[in-house]
Design a protein around this ligand. Structure first.
Ligand code: NAP
Ligand code: ZN
Ligand code: ZN
Length: 349
């Protein structure tokens, strides 16, 4: 077994603490990765607080924005070799047999994919543990290659924040001539702005934090709307083709946001709040608007996103922290006081 140093939540809503555990020795198709950096996603906070009612298993080592270097590989691995710069995102396995897995959409695996942490391994041997740790063992089919020009610390958040916004932007055909709005300028939101802009769309940020306007424009947004001002919704009706909702809270008047969509426009929620959103169908009915959801992206699409970010030199804005600062970082994320993603330097664990 591989001795591993990590940071874990031992119980829901408790502070994370140093935690030692063991990972499996590599099987034939496994890649052993020395983790260099791991991003902090708001989902880590929802999970460690057990806010989604999944019955999160504890102890839980969170982290699914993993960037590192291959330490060793199993005997039959062909895709990676020692020293390769690699990433791991939100899933480390899936059934591989269902209709969705066969179509290369493992994120929608019908029996459920194996999440990077908090899932039972498919062979029932252990609960998966995530990237707030110094090493991870992952089947080669769920490992991603990080382009050479992207530094590992900045590449880490692409593995969740990047793909979760790239996938719906891609699916709903973002490109020149399309007007896209992004709700919430946090970890996911700021990646959505950068990616949608690189895809050629006109991009508007919808934020409750007036003070983020300068940043939004610096990140590439063409426009910024302060959602605390009611007239913003009246003045911008029927404006957008696509809205990506990245807000982590359900405290939203959805009718206002639906009203911003054009006829046949789509609002995609990727934000996963603890409480349900309240929706009245009228604004959808009256303009044949669509309300949709989306979860991360497939392995193929994640590699495509990494290559797209490499080509366009897109990286997140990060604040690098040491492992012992994780609890303070969580408190700041909850206050929307982060510009725009915390990344933990796992070399310092
Ligand atoms: P984050 O960095 O905390 O950003 C969330 C943003 O939401 C904040 O920056 C803030 O933006 C806005 N916000 C927060 N509280 C709000 C409130 N009460 N009312 C209105 N706006 C509020 O979080 P993140 O890491 O980007 O994650 C965002 C959400 O996506 C989380 O729920 C996470 O679990 C979910 N997620 C889903 C997937 C998926 O596959 N679907 C993947 C990853 C994450 P402003 O200050 O600009 O308003
Ligand atoms: Zn995430
Ligand atoms: Zn499947």
């Amino acid at each position: 077994m591989i001795q591993t140093k990590g940071i874990a939540a031992l119980k829901a809503k408790e502070a994370l603490v140093p935690y030692r555990f063991e990972r499996r020795d590599p099987k034939e198709y496994d890649v052993v990765i020395d983790i260099k950096y791991c991003g902090i996603c708001h989902s880590d906070i929802h999970m460690t607080r057990d806010e989604w009612g999944f019955g999160s298993p504890f102890p839980m080592v969170p982290g699914h924005e993993i960037a590192g270097v291959v330490r060793t590989v199993g005997g039959k691995v062909t895709k990676y070799k020692i020293g390769d710069r690699v990433g791991v995102g939100c899933m480390v396995d899936s059934c591989r047999e269902c209709a969705h897995c066969k179509k290369g959409m493992e994120q929608y695996c019908i029996p459920g994919n194996t999440m990077t942490y908090g899932s039972m391994e498919r062979d029932g041997s252990a609960i998966t543990q995530g990237g707030y740790s110094d090493v991870i063992v992952v089947n080669e089919d769920y490992v991603l290659r990080i382009p050479d020009n992207l530094p590992l610390d900045k590449a880490a958040p692409l593995l969740c924040a990047g793909i979760t916004t790239y996938s719906p932007l891609n699916h709903w055909k973002t490109g020149p001539g399309k007007k896209v709005a992004v709700m919430g300028l946090g970890g996911l939101g700021h990646m959505a702005v950068k990616i949608a802009k690189a895809m050629g769309a006109e991009v508007t940020v919808l934020s409750q934090s007036e003070k983020k306007e300068i940043d939004a424009k610096r990140l590439g947004a063409d426009d910024f709307l302060n959602t605390k001002s009611p007239k913003v919704f009246q003045e911008n009706t029927l404006r957008f083709d696509l809205i990506i909702n990245t807000v982590s809270s359900a405290d939203l008047n959805m009718a206002n946001y639906f009203g911003l969509l054009k006829l046949d426009g789509t609002l995609v929620s990727v934000g996963a709040p603890e409480k349900p959103l309240t929706i009245h169908p009228f604004p959808l009915i009256l303009m044949r608007r669509n309300f949709a959801g989306s979860v991360i992206g497939s392995i193929k699409e994640t590699q495509e996103m990494l290559d797209f970010c490499g080509k366009h030199n897109i990286t997140p804005e990060i604040e690098l922290i040491e492992p012992n600062q994780v609890n303070d970082a969580y408190a700041r994320v909850l206050k929307s006081d982060i510009r725009y993603r915390f990344v933990i330097d796992m070399g310092k664990i």
